[in-house]
Design a protein around this ligand. Structure first.
Ligand SMILES: *[C@@H]1O[C@H](CO)[C@@H](O)[C@H](O)[C@H]1NC(C)=O
Ligand SMILES: *[C@@H]1O[C@H](CO)[C@@H](O)[C@H](O)[C@H]1NC(C)=O
Ligand SMILES: *[C@@H]1O[C@H](CO)[C@@H](O)[C@H](O)[C@H]1NC(C)=O
Ligand SMILES: *[C@@H]1O[C@H](CO)[C@@H](O)[C@H](O)[C@H]1NC(C)=O
Ligand SMILES: *[C@@H]1O[C@H](CO)[C@@H](O)[C@H](O)[C@H]1NC(C)=O
Ligand SMILES: *[C@@H]1O[C@H](CO)[C@@H](O)[C@H](O)[C@H]1NC(C)=O
Ligand SMILES: *[C@@H]1O[C@H](CO)[C@@H](O)[C@H](O)[C@H]1NC(C)=O
Ligand SMILES: *[C@@H]1O[C@H](CO)[C@@H](O)[C@H](O)[C@H]1NC(C)=O
Length: 642
């Protein structure tokens, strides 16, 4: 639902020049040891995540696939331990300030992974679900793949031929989960059957067309390759053979799920129903939040936030003379066609108007050095979340895109559109990622891997709490700027916020307090204007990814908490623009490091220290590097959604 990748590749010719700043000798051996270690670490990750590395425009491993085996999980742990030991042998106090942060982040990534090993036999061996796996979108398998030469086709055929084996590996791990009793609830896999059916029906036996995602590269694309007709014919027939075997394997996967796995799925919805399940949940929460909070604390924060926000909502309702419940109030508001656009085009224009005329003119009040990278609003091509964001390139040649779902204008009220715009576009994902694109960080940070959510907590972190916490915080900035122009728009904003607060209650409810799916749906519908059908799918997501949905509100609360601390300590010296810079400048980090960074910034403001030396000595090189950056680099990213 939320994780997709977009990549734009260019040549990497001048990369060393870009790294110039980091290679300056003044930082000594420690700096170069760290740089060498982080390069090797990144290469290792790309080699074991070949599908992701293809998406990142890194084509060295295009002929292989990720492997899912217990032995492989053990090998990765050994490897991570080795890197961790090497990192610890680097004297951190000899590093430059920016390298110290690189060190801390690498340390956080490795130690998070290593401590997750304990839970490798939980969700991590259930490697397919309604949100993840090759059955979801075959186009993901081919979209990022280059098809320019015969070599590319050989690589693709190698990968295609290996996919049935990967499916067998996944089946073996599923069997292990059944044996150990660490299985999903039925709702996590039930939809997988339909997804596989869609894949198979798009590929009728041996008669493949470009409807068949896995075969598509062998259709028209192949005509553009410089080669003989005989070679094309051979490639096509090898393609047919490979896809035949793959479809056969998908068919067997369905049979396996229906006859072996689904009858063995766990009875309760939450992981509390597994052996040591509550401890497992706690570990998942810690992974997603990048903070040590207990499930009880998260639940309580959720209840407090729901109470606070619902009181704001009730004030508005009372003011307007309404006696009923929040959901009745929304039903009343939505019982009026004036609350909706009457066409997809009008709705799309509505989003553009909000961004260009309502939000953007005010950004300079809250931010310094606006990056000004372009953003466009486009209509999402398939139904799904209300909106999502895909980043552009750092030279601005590819704009960031706010993909708005305008497929059902009669169901999504106008008053919900402004918070969504602020979340996905400015000052939410687009602004944060623009700052990020213009900050130079090593590959392991700038091309951070987005882990399989099923692997959590035995996975390298991607700091969702920071990224999504920022976007939710961005929604609140609209209130501060007075952008929500009437009570209805404020209700839309609160509905969006309370929805994320509800997630704290229901995620912990399901996994820690053993709530049922209906308990969770009813709770959410009490406070929001979400539909029952959409909420049901949402809850399936929570059931499948314990803790993930808590990242948004917890991240936002942390940013607000840091802001309050800064306002209190700095008093008159507090500058909101500089505060935002202190958050954005370091890119995505775990929340405990965010807290430390902001506290350091506060101390500096109090002492009114001059700029750190790094930024002045390197500024000429940085400028030089920026020029080269115009012509290069890969932008590898996730699609961020609510
Ligand atoms: C993985 O390591 C664990 C702990 O050392 C061991 O018990 C297990 O047998 C290993 N599994 C495989 C498949 O090597
Ligand atoms: C193959 O598919 C095409 C449509 O894609 C259809 O017209 C044709 O009849 C099919 N051929 C066979 C042998 O099924
Ligand atoms: C190759 O095939 C194309 C279309 O199928 C055809 O137009 C062309 O004449 C063929 N070339 C040779 C050398 O047979
Ligand atoms: C699918 O299952 C059948 C029956 O168990 C088996 O004969 C066949 O080889 C399997 N196909 C694949 C591709 O695994
Ligand atoms: C799984 O859920 C589906 C849809 O609710 C239901 O039809 C099916 O019987 C369930 N299977 C099991 C094993 O619970
Ligand atoms: C969770 O609730 C179900 C009933 O809804 C019950 O059967 C199960 O034993 C409970 N599990 C735990 C761990 O309390
Ligand atoms: C919707 O509006 C109609 C006519 O204005 C009214 O009769 C009906 O009661 C309203 N429904 C709700 C749920 O407010
Ligand atoms: C759509 O709404 C606009 C104004 O909001 C109105 O001018 C137009 O007539 C409406 N079109 C339809 C088909 O109802």
């Amino acid at each position: 639902m939320c994780y997709k990748f977009i990549m734009e590749g260019r040549k990497l010719v001048f990369i060393l020049i870009v790294l110039g700043c980091k290679l300056t000798p003044s930082h000594g051996d420690a700096g170069s040891d760290l740089s060498k270690l982080s390069t090797e670490y990144f290469e290792w990750r790309m080699s074991v995540l070949p599908e992701s590395s293809t998406r990142r425009g890194y084509h060295k491993y295009n002929d292989i696939l990720e492997s899912f085996t217990l032995a492989g999980y053990n090998e990765s742990k050994v490897r991570a331990d080795e890197y961790f030991a090497r990192l610890k042998s680097i004297p951190r106090d000899e590093l430059s300030r920016s390298d110290s942060l690189n060190y801390d982040i690498l340390e956080n990534m490795l130690s998070t992974y290593i401590s997750g090993y304990e839970w490798r036999l939980y969700n991590n061996i259930n490697t397919l679900n309604l949100l993840e796996g090759p059955q979801i979108a075959p186009s993901d398998f081919t979209s990022f793949f280059p098809f320019n030469t015969i070599g590319d086709y050989e690589n693709y055929l190698a990968r295609l031929t290996r996919l049935p084996n990967q499916i067998d590996e996944r089946i073996s791990l599923f069997r292990e989960a059944v044996r150990l009793g660490t299985v999903y609830n039925n709702v996590s896999v039930n939809l997988v059957i339909d997804q596989i059916e869609n894949v198979i029906s798009a590929c009728p036996l041996s008669n493949y067309s470009d409807n068949c995602g896995f075969y598509k590269p062998f259709t028209q694309d192949l005509d553009n390759i410089h080669t003989t007709n005989a070679t094309r014919t051979t490639l096509r027939s090898r393609g047919v053979t490979a896809v035949n075997l793959l479809m056969d394997k998908f068919q067997n996967l369905t049979i396996f799920l229906q006859t072996e796995y689904m009858p063995a799925t766990r009875q309760g919805y939450g992981v509390a129903n597994l052996h040591k399940g509550r401890e497992f949940y706690q570990a998942c929460l810690k992974w997603h939040l990048s903070l040590d909070l207990t499930p009880e604390e998260v639940h309580q924060k959720g209840l407090d936030e729901v109470k606070r926000i619902s009181e704001e909502m009730k004030k508005i309702m009372t003011k307007n003379g309404f006696q009923g419940s929040i959901s009745e109030y929304f039903a009343m508001l939505k019982n009026d066609s004036a609350m909706f656009y009457n066409s997809s085009e009008a709705m799309l224009d509505g989003y553009r108007d909000l961004l260009d005329n309502r939000v953007d003119p005010h950004l300079a009040k809250l931010f310094n050095n606006l990056p000004g990278l372009p953003i466009v609003v486009k209509a999402a091509t398939s139904d799904g979340p209300a909106g999502y964001y895909s980043p552009g390139s750092k030279d601005g040649s590819i704009p960031g895109i706010f993909w708005a779902n305008v497929i059902r204008p009669a169901e999504y009220a106008k008053f919900s559109m402004l918070p969504l715009t602020m979340h996905e576009a400015n000052p939410g994902h687009h602004l944060q990622i623009s700052y990020n694109l213009l900050t130079e960080t090593p590959d392991f940070r700038s091309k951070m891997e987005y882990s399989h959510m099923f692997s959590v907590p035995y996975a390298f972190p991607s700091y969702t709490a920071f990224v999504e916490g920022w976007a939710l915080y961005a929604e609140s900035l609209g209130e501060e700027l007075g952008l929500y122009k009437d009570d209805n728009e404020l209700m839309g904003r609160y509905s969006s916020e309370i929805f994320r607060a509800c997630r704290l209650v229901v995620d912990t409810g399901i996994h820690y307090y053993n709530w049922t799916k209906d308990d969770a749906i009813d709770y959410i519908l009490t406070y929001t204007d979400e539909s029952r059908h959409g909420t049901s799918l949402e809850v399936d997501r929570y059931v499948t990814w314990p803790g993930q949905a808590c990242a948004y509100k917890i991240g936002e609360l942390k940013i607000k908490e840091m802001r309050q601390a800064a306002e209190k300590k700095l008093g008159d010296k507090f500058d909101i623009r500089a505060f935002h810079t202190s958050i954005m400048d370091n890119g995505a980090v775990p929340l405990d490091l965010l807290e430390r960074n902001v506290n350091e910034w506060i101390e500096e403001q109090l002492a009114q220290q001059p700029q750190e030396p790094d930024s002045t000595t390197c500024s000429a090189q940085k400028q030089f590097a920026q020029i080269w950056l115009l012509s290069i680099l890969l932008t590898s990213v996730e699609i961020f959604c609510r």
